[in-house]
Design a protein around this ligand. Structure first.
Ligand SMILES: O=C[C@H](O)[C@H](O)COP(=O)(O)O
Ligand SMILES: C=C(OP(=O)(O)O)C(=O)O
Length: 355
């Protein structure tokens, strides 16, 4: 009998059960407390009970845990100077959705060399999240593979669904079951409605295929996630962070019966993927905030220790603290941008007579 099954699958390897990795690398009460608190703070900003801005800031992707932790230490030192105005969450991205082909992130290939040691990737990612949380710095990440959250989501305070997956039912279902607030990016073509639809879809209960904590294939039923929001990241049609774009997007959100709130990504198509343009984008968004725009609840920034990006070559020849995916702002610029965003919140308070 010819086999018609799995004709293009080369191998299967057993995967550690989520509950075993969680037991090996437990959160503990202090980290869990931080995550609970950070999620509540982000939700407070989303709901308008907290008038700060959520700022998701950090490298485009983590490829070197030492440099990521170094960055987290810098952020920890900076946070007290802006925490009255900004709810800062470190961008800790382990999964990269590629336009065509390329390195798919630390979980998929922690060796950066095509060895695809996914078990090590999961362990390394979780260990880093634990270290960052232990510093008192909350973490945000993009969820790309629908199984990954079982291994790391308990250590994540804010989640994203990316531009390439916002329209995917699988990812909307996933969002409906995630325990943290979740941002949906507009599509890569600039279509905002797909992300608005995603927020509405994720707010509902869903039943779908997944894995349980023991790693068994399961039918999963979720209760729905009311803490979703749109993220404007620009698109092939151009940037969408301007005043008119923001107003139109808020109207689209409102017309769908959702809370009028959105985050602006200063990177990606909003900066033409040029990290040097992120400060100007952030400044334009800050100006809208300062002028009293309460619909903007947050900003995303791609930032690392060294500015720019480098090509992924031999792992031991890489420049320390520089992105191997999208270009990032360097640390000094990041400090200035965060100070500008904090100043915008103070101005908004002043104009509302709250200062
Ligand atoms: O943020 C990262 C990238 O913009 C995204 O993963 C796509 O990258 P690529 O176009 O280099 O594949
Ligand atoms: C892939 C990303 O962004 P986008 O989905 O907007 O392209 C990202 O933020 O890493």
């Amino acid at each position: 009998m010819p086999s018609t099954n799995d004709t293009r699958v080369d191998s299967y390897q057993p995967l550690v059960a989520p509950q075993d990795l969680l037991a090996e690398l437990p959160m503990g009460p202090e980290r869990s407390g931080l995550v609970e608190e950070a999620r509540a703070e982000v939700k407070g900003v989303l709901d308008g009970t907290d008038d700060r801005l959520v700022v998701i800031v950090g490298p485009c992707s983590v490829h070197d845990t030492e440099a990521a932790l170094d960055y987290a230490h810098r952020l920890k030192a900076l946070i007290p100077s802006v925490s009255g105005e900004l709810c800062v969450v470190m961008r800790v991205y382990f999964e990269k959705p590629r336009t065509t082909l390329g390195w798919k992130g630390l979980i998929n290939d922690p060796g950066l060399d095509g060895s695809y040691d996914v078990q090590r990737g999961l362990r390394t990612a979780r260990a880093l999240l634990l270290d960052i949380n232990a510093l008192g710095v909350p973490a945000g990440t993009e969820f790309l593979d629908p199984i990954t959250p079982q291994y790391i989501a308990d250590a994540v305070s804010w989640g994203a669904i990316g531009a390439r997956t916002t329209e995917s039912q699988v990812h909307r279902q996933l969002g409906s079951g995630l325990s943290m607030p979740v941002g949906f990016k507009n599509g890569t073509d600039g279509d905002v409605q797909v992300a608005v639809d995603a927020c509405g879809a994720s707010a509902a209960s869903h039943t779908f295929f997944g894995v349980d904590p023991a790693g068994a294939g399961s039918v999963v039923t979720t209760s729905g996630n009311p803490d979703c929001h749109l993220i404007l990241r620009g698109g092939r049609s151009g940037p969408n962070y301007g005043t008119a774009n923001v107003a139109a997007a808020l109207d689209a959100v409102g017309a769908n019966g959702l809370p009028r709130r959105l985050m602006v990504d200063a990177s990606h198509a909003n900066s033409g993927k040029d990290h040097r343009r992120q400060p100007a984008v952030a400044a334009a968004v800050a100006a809208q905030v300062a002028e009293g725009q309460h619909g903007v609840i947050g900003v995303m920034l791609e930032s690392f220790i060294e500015e720019g990006a480098q090509k992924l070559g031999a792992p031991d020849a890489l420049t320390y603290g520089q992105s191997i995916t999208d270009g990032c702002m360097g640390w000094d610029t990041t400090e200035d941008v965060l100070a500008g965003l904090a100043e915008a919140v103070r101005s908004r308070r002043k104009s509302a007579g709250q200062a």
